[in-house]
Design a protein around this ligand. Structure first.
Ligand code: FAD
Length: 601
């Protein structure tokens, strides 16, 4: 592998967790007030870059697009070892959505021509996970997202381990390429004095392009208003096991309604303004559960618009899938022809879905905010120039009976402290749905699905990016994200407690998750990790057992009830983040709870 390579690492400055700074007037996050940090996943990207430099002697440059205060992120990166830094600094960049951000970064990528562009998986504030794939699409680079390990190969390609919703995969990728990383190396940072002259400022004029390329004017989406998100919880504290168990049983009983699937009334169907939901087959059969949630969401909106719900299904699916989608409300199923879709890869999926959207002109396209959805949806949106709302939790129609209805994609931001309705100027508009946000229900018992097969014009393989091995390690993990009851394991719980937690999950039709510390300690697989770097979930009840840090609880902020049972809980840390903290021993609480739940269910 060449020793004269260059890596460009994309860094974003974000508000420190717990610090909310939102400008009510402009509806934008204020980056000039409150404590700010470098986005944690971006530091992982920097660590990967520095290790490539150690191995190959490559140059490491970093870039951020942001206001003057964002320079602190670049200084920090230089102190941690980056060779040089670029600050995309111009009022014309302000108010950029992900596509306008990606356009500016892409211009820099074209100017710098690095061998490798590294980004974080997602940010702590916007958290759309869109900028990386959108840069890759606009720059014409192959991409791998959700990478957890990166090595040099002896054939001039990089080897990457990719995290999926069910396991891990090994890929080889040809350079130049873009790789987004979520975690991996946490090096002992060597922090030196920074050379401020190593920071170059680049303006919109330096990058070229027209006034509609960058900032607000170049953005297909905009935040309409800011609604308060889930406010701080008033945390109860208890230390008594039986009282805690009966309090939890009451919460389970209260959430029972919510655990029951809703049904929708079918409206008169009209072919216009179709709402599409992308269905993702899981390796080994079945559909990703969030596919059916996306369909439920599509159906509720189609009903308001007196329109049609369409499921879009890649060619490689189980023979039962169209029937399942029909039963869950799809008026029509579009099967994307098979070529290149037997197993997931970015380009065939992106190109088949893009072609289907062009041919079918839907009003909206909803995809799961799954590992796959985060990989292809931003790329499709960038290819077609469409507005995409990442990780939305609800969808509203404004002016349903007017000639020009608007869709408001409701997106939590800043760890759920605000809820932002996002509108796109484009038709269709797109969104990726946060798992666990919509109840799933079969709405039809019988009848044959109406199936239409769209054959691709040509096989769209991308030879620059090839799979080496795919491992399905936790086939049930996707169901965690859709579970209404989640039992979260902290680190260091003994086997008996973990088994009791499994039993409780089974008894409630729920699932088991684990904190980052539990995964790091080897107590649980990473496919069930929740947390700021892993996944966010929104169950009706989150019951945390053992140590839970504030970051983990922020990742379940959309939950109806959050209860933590930990004899050593730090009450001041968890205050406002949980509804109840119980400082009793875990085992008796679980025992009592299993009995009480058996009585309720
Ligand atoms: P992500 O896509 O999550 O970031 C992935 C990686 O890209 C980062 O880890 C980092 O490596 C790199 N990166 C991201 N931003 C920068 C940067 N400025 N400089 C250098 N590298 C960077 N925009 C949309 O298109 N759709 C939305 O639904 C949407 N919702 C929003 C909701 C709210 C409340 C707000 C305030 C903004 C929203 N935006 C949305 C705008 C979006 O947050 C910004 O465009 C932001 O600059 C990039 O998006 P992100 O934070 O989601 O980054």
């Amino acid at each position: 592998m060449s020793t004269s390579g260059r890596v460009l690492v994309c860094l974003k400055q974000v508000p420190a967790p717990g610090v909310v700074a939102f400008d009510e007037r402009t509806k934008r996050i204020r980056r000039d007030s409150g404590a700010a940090i470098t986005n944690p996943a971006d530091l992982c990207a920097l660590a990967h870059a520095l290790s490539l430099r150690d191995a190959l002697g490559w140059e490491v440059a970093v870039v951020t697009m942001g206001p003057p205060a964002a320079q602190a992120t670049l200084v920090d990166a230089l102190r941690r070892g980056a060779d040089r830094a670029v600050h995309l600094l111009d009022r014309r960049f302000a108010g950029a959505d992900t596509l306008a951000t990606a356009r500016a970064i892409t211009r820099l990528v074209e100017r710098e021509a690095p061998d490798l562009v590294l980004t974080g998986r997602w940010t702590l504030d916007g958290a759309t996970a869109q900028v990386g794939p959108q840069v890759a699409e606009l720059a014409g680079l192959p991409q791998l997202t959700q990478v957890v390990a990166l090595h040099t190969g002896d054939d001039g390609r990089l080897r990457a381990e990719v995290e999926t919703d069910v396991g891990t995969e090994d890929w080889a990728i040809e350079l130049p390429a873009l790789v987004s990383v979520g975690r991996g190396i946490e090096p002992p940072w060597v922090v030196d004095a920074a050379d401020a002259t190593a920071i170059e400022t680049v303006t919109a004029d330096d990058l070229g392009g027209g006034p509609r390329d960058f900032g607000t004017r170049g953005s297909p989406t905009f935040v309409v208003e800011i609604r308060p998100g889930r406010s701080m919880r008033s945390t109860e504290h208890g230390a008594d096991a039986p009282a805690a168990a009966s309090m939890l049983a009451a919460a389970f009983a209260a959430a029972r309604e919510d655990l029951w699937p809703a049904t929708y009334a079918a409206g008169p169907a009209s072919p216009a303004r179709e709402i599409w939901a992308v269905a993702e087959p899981l390796p080994g059969g079945g559909l990703h559960p969030t596919s059916l949630e996306a369909l439920a969401c599509a159906r509720s909106i189609a009903a308001e618009l007196h329109s049609t719900t369409v499921a879009v299904l890649p060619g490689a699916h189980s023979s039962d899938a169209p029937r399942v989608l029909h039963a869950h409300g799809a008026d029509r199923v579009i099967v994307l022809g098979d070529a290149g879709l037997e197993e997931y890869a970015t380009e065939p999926f992106t190109s088949a879905l893009s072609a289907a959207i062009i041919a079918g002109s839907p009003f909206a396209v909803i995809a799961p905010f799954s590992a796959r959805g985060r990989d292809y949806a931003p790329r499709v949106a960038a290819r077609l120039g469409l507005g995409l709302t990442g990780d939305f939790v609800a969808l509203e129609v404004r002016g349903a009976d007017s000639d020009d209805p608007d869709l408001l994609w409701l997106k939590p931001a800043l760890a759920g402290s605000v809820l932002a309705p996002v509108i796109a100027h484009t038709t269709p508009s797109m969104g990726t749905l946060r798992p666990g946000s919509f109840p799933v229900a079969a709405v039809r018992d019988e009848g044959d699905p109406q199936v239409e097969v769209l054959e691709p014009a040509a096989k769209a393989a991308d030879d620059r990016c090839t799979p080496i091995e795919r491992r399905v390690e936790n086939p049930d993990a996707p169901h965690l994200t859709a579970a209404r009851v989640v039992i979260g394991l902290g680190p260091g719980l003994d086997a008996a407690t973990r088994r009791a937690a499994e039993r409780l999950a089974q008894a409630t039709g729920g699932a088991v998750a684990a904190t980052p510390a539990a995964v790091a300690a080897g107590d649980a697989p990473r496919q069930i990790e929740i947390g700021p770097l892993a996944r966010t979930i929104a169950p009706s009840i989150y019951l945390g057992l053992g140590r839970h840090d504030p970051g983990t609880l922020r990742a379940v902020t959309g939950a109806g009830q959050i209860v933590v049972v930990d004899p050593d809980a730090k009450l001041d840390e968890l205050s406002g983040l949980a509804d109840a903290v119980v400082t009793a021993d875990i085992e008796p609480v679980l025992g009592d709870l299993l009995e009480l739940v058996a009585a309720v269910h």
